[in-house]
Design a protein around this ligand. Structure first.
Ligand SMILES: Nc1ncnc2c1ncn2[C@@H]1O[C@H](COP(=O)(O)OP(=O)(O)OP(=O)(O)O)[C@@H](O)[C@H]1O
Ligand SMILES: O=P(O)(O)OC[C@H]1O[C@H](OP(=O)(O)OP(=O)(O)O)[C@H](O)[C@@H]1O
Length: 231
Protein backbone atom coordinates (compact mmCIF):
# COMPACT_ATOMS: atom_id res chain seq x y z
CA UNK A 1 0.00 0.00 0.00
CA UNK A 2 1.28 3.45 -0.93
CA UNK A 3 1.20 6.13 1.76
CA UNK A 4 -0.03 9.44 0.33
CA UNK A 5 1.01 12.71 1.86
CA UNK A 6 -0.70 15.92 0.73
CA UNK A 7 1.15 19.23 0.83
CA UNK A 8 -0.24 22.71 0.03
CA UNK A 9 0.25 23.57 -3.62
CA UNK A 10 -0.40 27.30 -3.11
CA UNK A 11 -1.43 29.88 -0.56
CA UNK A 12 -0.27 31.03 2.86
CA UNK A 13 1.04 27.77 4.25
CA UNK A 14 2.77 26.46 1.13
CA UNK A 15 6.27 27.84 1.67
CA UNK A 16 6.49 27.02 5.38
CA UNK A 17 5.27 23.47 4.73
CA UNK A 18 7.95 22.93 2.09
CA UNK A 19 10.63 24.42 4.40
CA UNK A 20 9.54 22.14 7.24
CA UNK A 21 9.84 19.07 5.04
CA UNK A 22 13.33 20.11 3.97
CA UNK A 23 14.33 20.60 7.59
CA UNK A 24 12.89 17.19 8.47
CA UNK A 25 15.16 15.62 5.85
CA UNK A 26 12.17 14.59 3.79
CA UNK A 27 13.30 15.84 0.41
CA UNK A 28 10.73 15.71 -2.30
CA UNK A 29 11.61 14.74 -5.82
CA UNK A 30 9.00 15.63 -8.40
CA UNK A 31 7.76 12.83 -10.53
CA UNK A 32 7.61 13.68 -14.21
CA UNK A 33 8.39 17.32 -14.93
CA UNK A 34 9.03 20.31 -12.64
CA UNK A 35 5.44 21.48 -12.69
CA UNK A 36 4.14 18.09 -11.66
CA UNK A 37 1.60 17.87 -8.84
CA UNK A 38 3.02 14.53 -7.73
CA UNK A 39 6.27 13.68 -6.01
CA UNK A 40 8.06 11.11 -3.93
CA UNK A 41 10.33 11.28 -0.94
CA UNK A 42 14.00 10.48 -1.35
CA UNK A 43 14.98 7.44 0.65
CA UNK A 44 11.44 6.61 1.74
CA UNK A 45 9.94 4.09 -0.62
CA UNK A 46 6.22 3.68 -1.02
CA UNK A 47 5.38 7.28 -0.08
CA UNK A 48 3.74 9.52 -2.65
CA UNK A 49 3.40 13.29 -2.33
CA UNK A 50 0.32 15.04 -3.76
CA UNK A 51 0.08 18.83 -4.05
CA UNK A 52 -3.39 20.18 -3.32
CA UNK A 53 -4.86 23.40 -1.91
CA UNK A 54 -5.35 23.72 1.86
CA UNK A 55 -9.10 23.16 1.67
CA UNK A 56 -8.75 20.23 -0.73
CA UNK A 57 -6.34 18.61 1.73
CA UNK A 58 -8.93 18.90 4.51
CA UNK A 59 -11.52 17.34 2.20
CA UNK A 60 -9.27 14.43 1.19
CA UNK A 61 -8.41 13.73 4.84
CA UNK A 62 -12.14 13.55 5.58
CA UNK A 63 -12.65 11.15 2.68
CA UNK A 64 -9.61 9.10 3.71
CA UNK A 65 -8.14 9.37 0.22
CA UNK A 66 -4.84 10.69 1.59
CA UNK A 67 -2.97 9.31 4.61
CA UNK A 68 -1.32 12.53 5.77
CA UNK A 69 -1.86 16.19 5.04
CA UNK A 70 -0.57 19.56 6.10
CA UNK A 71 -3.42 22.01 6.41
CA UNK A 72 -5.18 24.35 8.84
CA UNK A 73 -6.90 22.89 11.89
CA UNK A 74 -9.90 25.14 11.16
CA UNK A 75 -10.42 23.56 7.73
CA UNK A 76 -10.12 20.03 9.14
CA UNK A 77 -12.59 20.67 11.99
CA UNK A 78 -15.01 22.45 9.66
CA UNK A 79 -14.80 19.67 7.09
CA UNK A 80 -15.93 16.65 9.12
CA UNK A 81 -17.96 15.49 12.09
CA UNK A 82 -16.40 13.24 14.76
CA UNK A 83 -13.03 14.74 14.00
CA UNK A 84 -11.15 13.08 16.88
CA UNK A 85 -12.14 9.58 15.79
CA UNK A 86 -11.38 10.17 12.13
CA UNK A 87 -8.07 12.00 12.20
CA UNK A 88 -5.03 12.35 14.41
CA UNK A 89 -3.50 15.81 14.81
CA UNK A 90 0.10 14.54 14.87
CA UNK A 91 1.83 17.90 15.25
CA UNK A 92 1.04 21.62 15.47
CA UNK A 93 3.47 23.27 13.11
CA UNK A 94 3.83 26.83 14.41
CA UNK A 95 2.73 28.65 11.26
CA UNK A 96 -0.58 29.55 9.57
CA UNK A 97 -1.98 30.75 12.89
CA UNK A 98 -5.42 32.34 12.84
CA UNK A 99 -8.38 32.48 15.20
CA UNK A 100 -11.94 31.62 14.22
CA UNK A 101 -13.99 34.24 16.08
CA UNK A 102 -17.49 35.61 16.68
CA UNK A 103 -17.53 39.32 15.86
CA UNK A 104 -20.34 41.85 16.19
CA UNK A 105 -20.66 45.51 15.16
CA UNK A 106 -18.62 47.81 17.45
CA UNK A 107 -21.73 49.91 18.02
CA UNK A 108 -23.43 47.04 19.88
CA UNK A 109 -22.12 48.56 23.11
CA UNK A 110 -24.04 46.30 25.46
CA UNK A 111 -22.93 43.09 23.72
CA UNK A 112 -19.55 41.95 25.05
CA UNK A 113 -20.01 38.21 25.69
CA UNK A 114 -21.74 35.16 24.23
CA UNK A 115 -24.32 35.41 27.04
CA UNK A 116 -25.12 38.98 25.92
CA UNK A 117 -25.41 37.72 22.36
CA UNK A 118 -27.75 34.94 23.52
CA UNK A 119 -30.03 37.63 25.00
CA UNK A 120 -29.96 39.56 21.72
CA UNK A 121 -30.76 36.40 19.74
CA UNK A 122 -33.70 35.57 22.06
CA UNK A 123 -35.24 39.04 21.57
CA UNK A 124 -34.38 39.38 17.92
CA UNK A 125 -37.56 38.07 16.34
CA UNK A 126 -39.79 40.16 18.60
CA UNK A 127 -37.77 43.28 17.81
CA UNK A 128 -36.96 42.78 14.15
CA UNK A 129 -39.39 40.13 12.91
CA UNK A 130 -36.64 37.70 11.91
CA UNK A 131 -33.85 35.64 13.41
CA UNK A 132 -30.32 36.92 14.09
CA UNK A 133 -28.31 36.31 10.91
CA UNK A 134 -24.70 35.11 11.09
CA UNK A 135 -22.50 35.36 7.97
CA UNK A 136 -19.86 32.64 7.79
CA UNK A 137 -18.21 29.93 5.78
CA UNK A 138 -17.63 27.99 9.00
CA UNK A 139 -21.17 26.68 9.44
CA UNK A 140 -20.22 23.52 11.34
CA UNK A 141 -17.97 25.33 13.84
CA UNK A 142 -20.63 28.03 14.24
CA UNK A 143 -23.40 25.53 14.97
CA UNK A 144 -21.24 23.62 17.45
CA UNK A 145 -20.26 26.80 19.27
CA UNK A 146 -23.65 28.52 19.31
CA UNK A 147 -25.99 25.55 19.75
CA UNK A 148 -23.99 22.96 21.65
CA UNK A 149 -21.57 25.10 23.64
CA UNK A 150 -23.71 28.14 24.40
CA UNK A 151 -27.26 26.86 24.00
CA UNK A 152 -28.13 29.59 21.51
CA UNK A 153 -30.64 28.15 19.04
CA UNK A 154 -32.35 31.19 17.55
CA UNK A 155 -30.20 32.26 14.63
CA UNK A 156 -29.83 31.75 10.92
CA UNK A 157 -26.58 31.11 9.06
CA UNK A 158 -25.99 33.07 5.88
CA UNK A 159 -23.39 31.27 3.80
CA UNK A 160 -20.57 33.63 2.90
CA UNK A 161 -17.83 32.68 0.51
CA UNK A 162 -15.73 35.83 0.68
CA UNK A 163 -15.54 39.30 2.23
CA UNK A 164 -17.49 38.00 5.21
CA UNK A 165 -16.50 41.01 7.31
CA UNK A 166 -18.45 43.25 4.92
CA UNK A 167 -21.73 41.37 5.42
CA UNK A 168 -23.09 43.36 8.40
CA UNK A 169 -22.49 46.75 6.75
CA UNK A 170 -24.01 45.44 3.53
CA UNK A 171 -27.12 44.31 5.41
CA UNK A 172 -26.64 40.64 4.53
CA UNK A 173 -26.17 39.55 8.15
CA UNK A 174 -26.04 40.98 11.68
CA UNK A 175 -22.81 39.40 12.92
CA UNK A 176 -20.04 37.18 11.55
CA UNK A 177 -17.92 34.14 12.34
CA UNK A 178 -14.61 34.32 10.48
CA UNK A 179 -10.88 33.94 10.72
CA UNK A 180 -8.67 36.73 11.98
CA UNK A 181 -4.93 37.02 12.39
CA UNK A 182 -3.85 40.65 12.83
CA UNK A 183 -7.39 41.94 13.43
CA UNK A 184 -6.96 44.62 10.76
CA UNK A 185 -9.89 43.44 8.62
CA UNK A 186 -12.26 43.36 11.61
CA UNK A 187 -11.20 46.87 12.67
CA UNK A 188 -11.60 48.20 9.15
CA UNK A 189 -15.16 46.90 9.14
CA UNK A 190 -16.00 48.23 12.66
CA UNK A 191 -16.43 44.78 14.15
CA UNK A 192 -15.28 43.58 17.60
CA UNK A 193 -14.57 40.08 18.86
CA UNK A 194 -16.67 39.01 21.86
CA UNK A 195 -14.68 38.47 25.09
CA UNK A 196 -15.42 34.73 25.03
CA UNK A 197 -15.94 34.63 21.26
CA UNK A 198 -12.81 32.75 20.16
CA UNK A 199 -14.15 29.49 18.73
CA UNK A 200 -10.81 28.01 17.73
CA UNK A 201 -7.15 29.00 17.83
CA UNK A 202 -6.07 27.40 14.58
CA UNK A 203 -2.68 26.77 13.03
CA UNK A 204 -1.22 24.52 10.37
CA UNK A 205 -0.98 20.90 11.52
CA UNK A 206 0.37 17.59 10.30
CA UNK A 207 -2.82 15.52 10.22
CA UNK A 208 -3.18 11.77 9.70
CA UNK A 209 -6.39 10.10 8.52
CA UNK A 210 -6.85 7.26 11.03
CA UNK A 211 -6.65 3.89 9.24
CA UNK A 212 -6.11 0.41 10.70
CA UNK A 213 -3.39 -0.25 8.11
CA UNK A 214 -1.24 2.49 9.68
CA UNK A 215 -0.66 0.46 12.83
CA UNK A 216 2.88 -0.84 12.78
CA UNK A 217 3.69 0.78 9.42
CA UNK A 218 7.29 2.02 9.67
CA UNK A 219 6.77 4.71 7.01
CA UNK A 220 3.94 6.25 9.03
CA UNK A 221 6.04 6.32 12.19
CA UNK A 222 9.01 7.73 10.27
CA UNK A 223 7.04 10.66 8.82
CA UNK A 224 5.60 11.60 12.22
CA UNK A 225 8.93 11.36 14.01
CA UNK A 226 10.94 13.23 11.38
CA UNK A 227 8.43 16.11 11.26
CA UNK A 228 8.27 16.19 15.06
CA UNK A 229 12.06 16.38 15.29
CA UNK A 230 12.19 19.34 12.88
CA UNK A 231 9.87 21.57 14.91
N1 LIG B 1 -5.10 35.91 7.72
C1 LIG B 1 -5.56 34.71 7.38
N2 LIG B 1 -6.66 34.64 6.65
C2 LIG B 1 -7.15 33.46 6.25
N3 LIG B 1 -6.59 32.28 6.54
C3 LIG B 1 -5.49 32.30 7.27
C4 LIG B 1 -4.92 33.52 7.73
N4 LIG B 1 -3.83 33.20 8.43
C5 LIG B 1 -3.73 31.87 8.42
N5 LIG B 1 -4.72 31.31 7.73
C6 LIG B 1 -4.92 29.86 7.55
O1 LIG B 1 -4.51 29.48 6.26
C7 LIG B 1 -5.28 28.37 5.82
C8 LIG B 1 -5.79 28.61 4.42
O2 LIG B 1 -4.74 28.93 3.62
P1 LIG B 1 -4.99 29.63 2.22
O3 LIG B 1 -6.09 30.64 2.35
O4 LIG B 1 -3.68 30.05 1.72
O5 LIG B 1 -5.50 28.41 1.41
P2 LIG B 1 -5.82 28.38 -0.13
O6 LIG B 1 -4.65 27.90 -0.88
O7 LIG B 1 -6.43 29.68 -0.49
O8 LIG B 1 -6.84 27.23 -0.11
P3 LIG B 1 -8.19 27.10 -0.86
O9 LIG B 1 -8.03 27.79 -2.17
O10 LIG B 1 -8.34 25.64 -0.97
O11 LIG B 1 -9.16 27.74 0.08
C9 LIG B 1 -6.43 28.19 6.80
O12 LIG B 1 -6.20 27.04 7.60
C10 LIG B 1 -6.37 29.43 7.67
O13 LIG B 1 -6.68 29.20 9.01
O1 LIG C 1 -6.99 39.65 10.76
P1 LIG C 1 -6.41 39.94 9.40
O2 LIG C 1 -4.92 39.95 9.41
O3 LIG C 1 -6.99 41.19 8.81
O4 LIG C 1 -6.75 38.72 8.43
C1 LIG C 1 -8.04 38.20 8.27
C2 LIG C 1 -8.53 38.27 6.87
O5 LIG C 1 -7.60 37.68 5.97
C3 LIG C 1 -8.28 36.73 5.16
O6 LIG C 1 -8.74 37.25 4.00
P2 LIG C 1 -7.87 37.50 2.68
O7 LIG C 1 -8.15 38.87 2.21
O8 LIG C 1 -6.45 37.16 2.90
O9 LIG C 1 -8.49 36.56 1.63
P3 LIG C 1 -9.10 35.12 1.66
O10 LIG C 1 -10.36 35.21 2.50
O11 LIG C 1 -9.40 34.84 0.23
O12 LIG C 1 -8.08 34.18 2.25
C4 LIG C 1 -9.43 36.27 6.03
O13 LIG C 1 -10.49 35.73 5.28
C5 LIG C 1 -9.83 37.52 6.75
O14 LIG C 1 -10.74 38.26 5.98
Amino acid sequence: MTITLALPSKGRIKEASAALFDKAGLSIVSVGNDRSYRGRIEGLDGVEVAYLSASEIARELAAGTVDFGITGEDLVREGMSDVETRVDFCARLGFGAADVVVAVPEIWLDVETMADLGDVAADFRARHGRRLAIATKYWRLTQQFFSQRHGIQLYRIVESLGATEGAPAAGQADIIVDITSTGATLRANHLKVLADGVILKSEACLVRARKPAHDGDARVAEIVSRVGAAL
